[in-house]
Design a protein around this ligand. Sequence first.
Ligand SMILES: *[C@@H]1O[C@H](CO)[C@@H](O)[C@H](O)[C@H]1NC(C)=O
Ligand SMILES: *[C@@H]1O[C@H](CO)[C@@H](O)[C@H](O)[C@H]1NC(C)=O
Ligand SMILES: *[C@@H]1O[C@H](CO)[C@@H](O)[C@H](O)[C@H]1NC(C)=O
Length: 216
Amino acid sequence: MFFTLATAIAILGATSQAAPTSSPIFPPRSSAADFRLVANVTANDLTPSINDYVLTSYHTGAGQAFAVLVPNTSATSGRTFYTNGTAEDIRYRRSNILTDGGSPPFPFGVVINGDESVSINAGTGTAGVNLALFPDPISKLSAVGKAGFYACEKTLPAGPAVQIFTKAFEETTPVGCADVSLLAQCAESTGVEHPFAAVSGCYADVAGIDWSIYSA
Ligand SMILES: *[C@@H]1O[C@H](CO)[C@@H](O)[C@H](O)[C@H]1NC(C)=O
Ligand SMILES: *[C@@H]1O[C@H](CO)[C@@H](O)[C@H](O)[C@H]1NC(C)=O
Ligand SMILES: *[C@@H]1O[C@H](CO)[C@@H](O)[C@H](O)[C@H]1NC(C)=O
């Protein structure tokens, strides 16, 4: 291999031209089949702050629960979810998001209700609820036909809870509610077999991301 000075300068020039001075950078991702969903507040945080709260279920009846956010008090706070579907289901955005419940464990799905509340009910989840897909550079919960999610303090049958709702396009977040991204944090396998689990992009530590250095 032989480089002339001119070649070296040309290579250096090309390299510096390609330097990502203005291209967006996003937090690095890992991947796993299982993940927790962590709230990243993007506007109108509640008091106390719900930033870094984790998604779990609030039991309302046999096999029925609302999706709520709770403080992350231990490494096992928040439900462990997975993306369920074949490669084709995922490509056509008809996969769903599941979690295990009951004993022995059986699938519960993330369900979007007509009133925009979100449930975690025994059985399948709403098709099209997924982790944002390529080319989205962020691994967050998304739902086909919805703009995102918000969280509000509500009084549920057993007491107050921070409940999750889907937001329609063009909808204004209700006063007193916080806009949230639900970011996927990689989790250990629960040990339950999931024949149609897909590998998802996820973050090692959502709470540890320093957003000031990223573009989203
Ligand atoms: C919850 O907190 C623990 C520390 O107690 C931390 O290791 C873990 O990453 C947090 N989990 C989530 C999903 O934020
Ligand atoms: C998981 O996905 C597979 C493949 O599409 C489907 O047959 C199965 O019913 C799904 N399971 C649930 C609980 O939705
Ligand atoms: C997470 O929250 C921070 C602070 O509000 C914000 O700058 C960042 O854009 C958010 N990221 C996502 C993906 O929501």
